[in-house]
Write a new protein. Structure first.
Length: 875
């Protein structure tokens, strides 16, 4: 049921029950209201009477259960309607559900029996407190009776409405906290409200300005850590130096130590009060409040944050709080009552080392792997100090068993090469070669191991002067040592101190080191160092023992060979020409013949080309008066020779000219000989009349021949010329009229006998002159050839003598020139050539030797042939 007031029906109060409300009615004076309910729940079939202003319950009444009604179920009665009688003391109602009927209820007019009716009975008197027999009047209508004590709740301010209920009843209470405001007759000392504007406070016993009321939910809130949040009441109502107790431990937040202003965290509650009592050093920790030693760790032992040393300042924080921590690592120093423990829950095992605090195996090395002198075997006590700290070390040498190859030998601990011998030279069974797995002992102390098969093995383990025997002959390689091997790289059994250990491969009695030819049993010395042995009694012996030379041909070895062609200069017809060494026919041209074909213009026949040879050497090495064959036809170019002179030195298809008319006798030419694949071709200008001189010009297309008689010199041979004496007519029919019909040079007046006589005499004289001239030419050629050959040999002998007595510098320069000429520059540099300029001999050879010889010979030939004037004198 809801009760509303005013035009807007503002809800004044509300009442709820556990069942339905079926009917309602007001008392005649409007001060009370009644409503009846159904019987669905425990409050069913009940009517309630409430004060309309306060909503307080004044009375209630219900039906008695009828037969068959139990458990206050739906089968029980329910109010169907209800009405208040105008006299205010009677109520009529109707009921249903097994209690059907009309019910009439009667109210006691003076329930409290104080002589004042509950309602006005016509006398104008109504009991303001119908249920309180000690009160009946309420002048100021504030709910408190006018009767003084000992009446119930006597109104101390009868004529002034008031709501105070604590210090006195019925007086004004501005903040509604139950305590009346101060007035002229009621002071704070009497119990008036010290805080009339604060509904949560009314008393300040200690006079500190903070109300005594301090109740959870009203004056502070508790957090999950039981910290009092937003306090408004005085936690210490009898102590004017404290008022807040944030952590609720009974100790105040205020403090007296000025230094705490800068030390305490800013979020800590409390004020500096110079005379504060009951000071909580830890205002946010309800388990701590005292700190005797001033290290900010609480003294209360029941706390998990208690000071392990409450009377001694300390800053330890891990094993226990607030004890002395020398190294500042958070672990306290041990004392008589608190020692280090192997489980790391005790004092600092290393109080002077901030990086270590626990020693799980109690061996003196810390368990913190990143700290100083960390124990590398933290769960196993050990004394190792070198390779690892704090590990087992049976032999006590400082190296852990796991890292000690010799865990039971205190004199050894390392074996770098893993050969089972210790590296300590002063220990048991030491390894002289700690980094060599193949060596460990050196008996003779020469630095080479006794194991001959190992690295740097000593082949002479008891001889400090020897260690290697490269050739395995039993003699040490150290020449300065005992029985040093003169030949350390070659096996030998010689015991001669000079040749000890040297081989004699060729068994000639000379050991290889002193044998210039260790593989030649017939040679052993080479005085001039030219590679040819001094023993001349055998083939290849040096013919010039004291003179360096490289000749090796013509059965002459080791003699000077200026041009390095293998022929000694004394045998070389051409000592300065590497390509030539013999001149069989003595014509001044070397027997070795070389040529290269080249093409030139034919000056006699412009537009045509000739292929000729650029020659070196003698094309006819056994013919003294032939040496050149420019056309390569096998016939010599020297026309004065008695042997195969080539009448056509520039045309390989022609060489003979029987009739001396300038046209060759060969009709055809085989370019590559009978065995070659090339076909036979016509020769160059073959002579059609080989035994008869002529000047005709051939033309195969017109069946005209070369070299046949042509009396009129018109180019057409007489045989095919219709007018053989007339140069103006060279074609046409035979028998035609010719302008010239006979030889115009014949004098018809001369007699035939005179002519014949003259011709016979003249021919005889000319024949004799020609024979004489040819004889002179032959003698001149023979003399020239003989003189040239003599000159060559003379020069060769002179050169040999000069070289035999030349200074070493000249010989060196000569060899440099030779090597440069032959292209062997590396050898020339070995003799001192700087590579900047060629020797003068190379630079002076502007004209090839063969060409110069040809020029000289031509000059001599021309000088030897008589002139026409000389021929006339002969005739």
């Amino acid at each position: 049921m809801k009760v509303g007031v005013g035009s807007g029906w503002t809800e004044q109060w509300i009442k709820t029950q556990s069942t339905s409300c079926y009917t309602v009615d007001f008392s005649p004076d409007g001060n009370q209201v009644v409503f009846g309910m159904g019987y669905y729940q425990a409050s069913g079939s009940t009517a309630y009477v409430y004060d309309t202003v306060s909503g307080l319950t004044i009375n209630e009444f219900d039906f008695k259960p009828s037969a068959g009604c139990s458990g206050q179920s739906n089968s029980c009665g329910s109010f169907s309607g209800i009405a208040w009688h105008p006299d205010g003391i009677h109520i009529a109602s109707t009921a249903s559900r097994n209690d059907e009927g009309i019910y009439y209820w009667y109210a006691d007019l003076d329930e409290d029996n104080d002589g004042y009716n509950t309602t006005d009975q016509g006398d104008g008197s109504v009991d303001a407190f119908p249920t309180d027999g000690t009160q009946w009047d309420d002048t100021d209508n504030d709910g408190f009776g006018d009767n003084p004590a000992p009446a119930s709740q006597p109104d101390a301010c009868i004529t002034v409405w008031g709501n105070s209920t604590q210090d006195r009843f019925g007086c004004p209470d501005s903040d509604g906290d139950g305590y009346s405001d101060v007035d002229s007759g009621w002071t704070l000392a009497d119990g008036a409200d010290t805080f009339p504007a604060d509904g949560t406070q009314w008393l300040d016993t200690d006079g500190d300005g903070i109300g005594d009321n301090n109740i959870q939910g009203t004056h502070y809130l508790l957090t999950g850590a039981l910290i009092r949040y937003n306090q408004t009441g005085d936690s210490f109502p009898n102590d004017d130096t404290q008022w807040n107790d944030t952590d609720g431990d009974g100790w105040g937040d205020n403090f007296v130590n000025v230094s705490w202003v800068w030390i305490r965290p800013a979020e800590w509650p409390g004020d500096l009060v110079s005379v504060a009592n009951v000071i909580d050093t830890f205002p946010l920790d309800r388990t701590q409040w005292m700190d005797t030693d001033g290290d900010w760790i609480g003294d209360n032992e029941l706390s998990d944050r208690s000071d392990g040393c409450p009377y001694n300042w300390g800053d330890s924080e891990f094993d226990r709080l607030g004890c002395w921590d020398t190294d500042g690592d958070g672990w306290s120093d041990p004392d008589a009552n608190w020692q280090a423990r192997t489980d790391c829950y005790g004092a600092d095992a290393f109080p002077s080392d901030p990086t270590q605090w626990c020693d799980e195996d109690n061996d003196g090395y810390g368990s913190n792997a990143s700290g100083n002198n960390a124990d590398e075997c933290p769960n196993e006590a050990g004394t190792s100090t070198i390779d690892r700290l704090g590990c087992s070390d049976r032999d006590g040498d400082g190296y852990s068993n796991a890292g000690d190859p010799f865990p039971d030998d205190s004199s050894q601990w390392a074996d770098r090469d893993g050969d089972g011998r210790g590296d300590n030279p002063n220990g048991t069974n030491p390894d002289t070669f700690p980094d060599d797995t193949s060596q460990w002992k050196d008996t003779d102390g020469d630095g080479y191991g006794d194991n001959p098969g190992g690295l740097n093995g000593d082949q002479f383990s008891n001889d400090a002067t020897q260690w290697a025997d490269t050739d395995g002959d039993g003699f040490g390689d150290n020449l300065d040592g005992v029985e040093g091997d003169v030949c350390p790289l070659k096996y030998g059994q010689s015991t001669n101190p000079v040749t000890r250990g040297c081989p004699d491969t060729d068994l000639d009695g000379f050991t290889d080191p002193e044998d210039a030819f260790p593989n030649d049993p017939f040679q052993w010395a080479d005085t001039d160092g030219d590679g040819y042995g001094d023993n001349q009694g055998v083939p290849s012996g040096d013919e010039c023992i004291d003179v360096f030379g490289k000749s090796h041909k013509n059965n002459r070895h080791g003699c000077p060979d200026y041009d390095m062609d293998g022929w000694a200069d004394v045998d070389d017809a051409f000592p300065e020409d590497q390509e030539q060494w013999m001149d069989t026919d003595g014509d001044g041209w070397g027997d070795n013949y070389f040529y290269e074909n080249t093409t030139i213009d034919d000056l006699d026949y412009p537009g045509e080309l000739l292929v000729i040879r650029e020659q070196r050497g003698d094309a006819f090495p056994e013919i003294a008066d032939q040496w050149s064959d420019m056309d390569g036809d096998g016939w010599g170019d020297n026309a004065t020779s008695f042997y195969q002179p080539d009448s056509f030195p520039l045309h390989p298809s022609q060489w003979n000219d029987f009739d001396l008319d300038g046209f060759g006798d060969e009709a055809n030419y085989d370019p590559d000989g009978e065995e070659g694949p090339l076909p036979i071709i016509p020769s160059w200008q073959p002579d059609g009349c080989r035994k008869e001189a002529g000047t005709s010009i051939g033309n195969p297309a017109l069946d005209l021949d070369w070299g046949c008689p042509d009396s009129d010199n018109d180019g057409i041979q007489n045989e095919k010329d219709p007018c053989p004496w007339d140069p103006e007519i060279s074609s046409g029919a035979f028998g035609q009229d010719c302008g010239i019909k006979s030889d115009p040079s014949i004098n018809s007046d001369n007699s035939d006998g005179d002519l014949l006589a003259f011709d016979g005499e003249l021919l005889a004289m000319m024949g004799g002159a020609i024979l004489f001239l040819l004889a002179l030419i032959f003698v001149a050629q023979v003399s020239k050839a003989a003189g040239k050959k003599k000159l060559i040999h003379t020069r060769a002998e002179e050169k040999l003598v000069d070289e035999a007595f030349a200074e070493e510098e000249e010989r060196r320069q000569t060899w440099i020139e030779h090597y440069v000429n032959s292209g062997e520059h590396d050898k020339a540099r070995e003799l001192g050539w700087n590579g900047l300029a060629l020797p003068s001999k190379v630079q002076d050879d502007a004209v090839p030797q063969w060409k110069q010889h040809e020029i000289d010979q031509k000059t001599e030939e021309d000088a030897a042939v008589p002139s026409m004037m000389d021929l006339d004198r002969l005739l």
